[in-house]
Design a protein around this ligand. Sequence first.
Ligand code: IMP
Ligand code: MG
Length: 194
Amino acid sequence: MQEQVTVLYTADDIRERVGALGAGITREYAGREPVLISVLKGGAMFHADLLRAVDLHASVDFMSISSYGEGSSGVVRIMKDLDRDIGGRHVIVVEDIVDTGLTLTYLLSALRSREPASLEVCALLDKSVRRITPLDIRFRGFDCPDKFVLGYGLDFDEIYRNLPFIVAVEDVDALSDDPRAFVSLLGPAGDPYR
Ligand code: IMP
Ligand code: MG
């Protein structure tokens, strides 16, 4: 089982990058009060950690979207909308991963129509080689290889989000055949990747 996944980013790698992204946001938004929007569910863990690395009067809001049908068509439905109006606010959309970019393109156009003062993206992972719609990702954690990844918010069929590190799945068919077979990932707390 071990050889079917490769650790891409350890918990330490993630902590370090998230700290740097938070410092970057703190610098760029000095004197302003940005709203950090978490895109549920995958982005929630990153959002929570990023927020603690931002040294500003930042506020938060949450949004939940779902794609219609299988895979990324770019047509998404807003399942839970923001609580507050973002008109005139400095908005940062916090995403776990940008793959084709279709989901985020749709989301950004929906948010732009609400006339925020500014609208930027902070994504932990950028699978840039897969991009279909060009997108400007202002704050980016890692340029991610074109592999299916799991952990730190990213799921397969709603599981593995709780891994504190990120792995690339080498055998996606094996994962599809038996999603719960990758139990070796759920190691002890003393695991070196945590
Ligand atoms: P996009 O519209 O193709 O950019 O899709 C983005 C969404 O697809 C992300 O927010 C994730 O929910 C999901 N996604 C894309 N790649 C992966 C992956 O490697 N692992 C888990 N989820 C992924
Ligand atoms: Mg997502």
